[in-house]
Design a protein around this ligand. Sequence first.
Ligand code: ADP
Length: 667
Amino acid sequence: FVGLDTVVKSKVYTNPEINILKVWSSMLASLINNQRSGKLLEQTRQNYETFFNTIDDFLIIIDRRGIIVHANETVYRRLGYSPDEIINQSVINIRPLERRDEAKTIFMKMLKGETDFCAIPLLTKSGTQIPIETHVKSGYWDGEPRIFMVSKDISQIKLSEEKFSAAFQSNSAIMVITRFADDQFVDANNAFVSTLGYSREEIKGKTLLTLGIVRGNLEEGTIQDAINRGIPMREIEINAYSKSNELYIFLLSAEEIYIGSERCVLSVAVNITERKIMENELRRAREEADQANLAKSEFLSRMSHELRTPMNSILGFAQLLEMGELNARQSKGVNHIMKSGKHLLDLINEVLDISRIEAGRLSLSLEPVHVNTVIREMIDISIPLANERQLSILIEQSADDHLFIRADRQRLKQILLNLLNNAIKYNKAGGSVMIKTQLMTIDLNGIASVRISISDTGYGISEEDIPKLFNPFERIGAEKSNTEGTGLGLAVVKKLISAMGGNLGVKSIPGEGSTFWIELPHASGQLESVEKSGILTELDTELAGKKGTILYIEDNASNVELVEQILSIQRSEIHLITNMYGNMAVGLAIKHQPDLILLDLNLPDVHGSEVLIQLQNEEKTNKIPVVIISADAMPQQLTRLLKAGAKNYLTKPLDVLDLLKVIDQFI
Ligand code: ADP
C-alpha cells in the first residue's frame, strides 16, 4: 500500500521508506522475470523439438561412449524401432552386422576429431539397409557435452548413380568424362577401352590430345569454348586413332556435366567408320555405274549415228532397184530389203534418240507452239495410213483454238506422230481415232498445262501390261501380230516428254480402246502477247516506208505470223518470203536476192548452222546478211555462228523493238 496511498493523498516519503520500496520493487520485478523466462524456455524447447522432428534427415545425439541419448522422429519412423529400442543403445547397433567393426573405428576417429564423416548405412528393424552419409558435430545437450550426428538418406542419389554408371559403362557408344579445367580424363567406359585399346590406368592424368587419340582435328579448348558460348556440340565428325594407331571415324557430341561440384565434360562418340567406308564404296560404285552408263549411251548414240549413213544408201539404192525392171523374184527380194531396211532405220533412229537423251546430248528448243497447227500437220501425215485401214481421224473442237504450249516443235511432232501411228496401228479396222485438246487447271507451281489426248477404238491394253508400255523393246505381244514396230516408240515419247518438263499417261479398257495423253506447260502465243502490249500500233517512225525483201527460214507458223504482223503494221513496204525447210534457203535466196535472211536454227530437215554454211559457200548468196533467230542457242554456239558469218542473232520469244532495229540496220 505504501506506493498506492499517494494516488489518493499526497505524501512525502522518508528515505528509509524509499529504500524499502526500492527493495520490494526489485524483488517483484525479478519474480515476474523468472516466470517469463521459464515460459520462453519451454517455448524454445517445443520449437526445437518440432524442428528436430520435421527434418527428413536422421538426427541422433550420442554421448562420448557412443550411447544414444536423443533421436528425432525420422529415426523411429524410418528405422522402425521404438524409443526403448533406441535410447541408451550404442549407435553401432543400428549399423549392419558385418560393418560394425568398421563403424567402431570411424567412431573412434570422430571422437579424436580426425574425421567428421561416415558412409556406413543404417540398419532398419526389419533388416534392410538405408544408404546414408553422416556428418557429426560436437555440442551440448541438456548441459552435457554431446555429439550430434546428422545422416542424409542418399538412396535416390545412389540409384541414379547406379543407373548412370550402368548406362555409361555398357553403352555401345564410346563415352568419356573429362575435367573441364584441364581436359584430363575422369572416367572412360568399356567401349572406349575395348575400341581404342587404352586401359583405365593408362588414361589417368592424360588428355585425348596428349594420348594422340585426336590429332589436330579437335583443338584444345574447342569443346569448352562451344559449351561456354552455349553452342551445342552435336555429331561432329572427327578422326580418332587407337593405341595401335588404327584410324576411326566418330560422330562426337559433348555435354557439360557436374560431378559433385566439379565441372566436367561428357563426350559421346559413335563409331561410324564402317558406315563411312560403305558410303564411300557406294559413292564410288555409283560414280562408276553412272560413268559406265554414260559411256554406254555415248557409244550407242555414236554407233546409231554411224549406222544411219550406210542405211540411207542401202535404202536409196534399193529404191532405185525397185524402179528398174525386175522379175517377180527380184522384186520380192527388193521389197524385203526395203521393208527390213526401213525397220532397221526406225530402230536406229529411235535408239539414237534414247541414247542422246540419256547421254544428255539432246538439244531442245523450247518455244511457244500453236497446238492445233501441229496436230493438223501430223494428221495430214497420218491420213494415208488411216485410209489404208479404213479409219477416221476426228478432232474434238476445244473451246480455245489458240492454245499454245511451251515445247520443242520438232520433238512435239515426233511425239504426236508416234501416238497417232500407234492409235492407227493398234486399232480395229473401220474404227476411229479422236484427238482432243484441253487447257488444264493451274498446278501447285502456278503453271497451267495443256493436255492433248489421243483415243482409239482398238483392242486396248490390260491393266498389268500398262506399266510395261514405256519399257524399251516391250511390244506386249504385238511382235506376234504382223503389226510393224520396234517397241521403242513409247520409250522415246516418255523420255522426250519428261525432257520438255511434261507428263504423260494412259487409260485403257480392253476390248474398247485406249487413250494416251500428254501434258505440256501452257504458253501464251507471241503474237497475242505482242498485240496485248499495244507496242505494234504505238510505233510509228519515218522508217515505216522502207522498201526491201526479207527471207525468213522458220518452221514455227506462229513465229512467221508474228513477223508478218510486225512488218505489215510497222514496215508495210517490206516484202516477206518464208519457208520452213533449211534446204530451200539457198535456192530462194538466189531467186529473190533478199536484203536480209532471218534464219531459225531448229528446222525439220537440217540444222540452221548447216544452212548458214550453205549460204556462205554459195557465191550468189554469201553477201546477203544472215541474222539467226533461236530459242536455245548456247553462248558458244552463238560465237561459233557469228564467226561463221552470221551478222547478228535474236532470241525467242522475239522482242519487237530488237527485230525492227535489226531490220532497219540491214535494209
Ligand atoms: P511399237 O509400236 O513400235 O511396237 P511402242 O513403244 O510405240 O512400240 O509401243 C509399245 C507397245 O505398246 C506396242 O507394241 C503395243 O503392244 C502397245 N501399244 C502402243 N500403243 C497402243 C495402242 N494405242 N493400243 C494398244 N496397244 C498399244
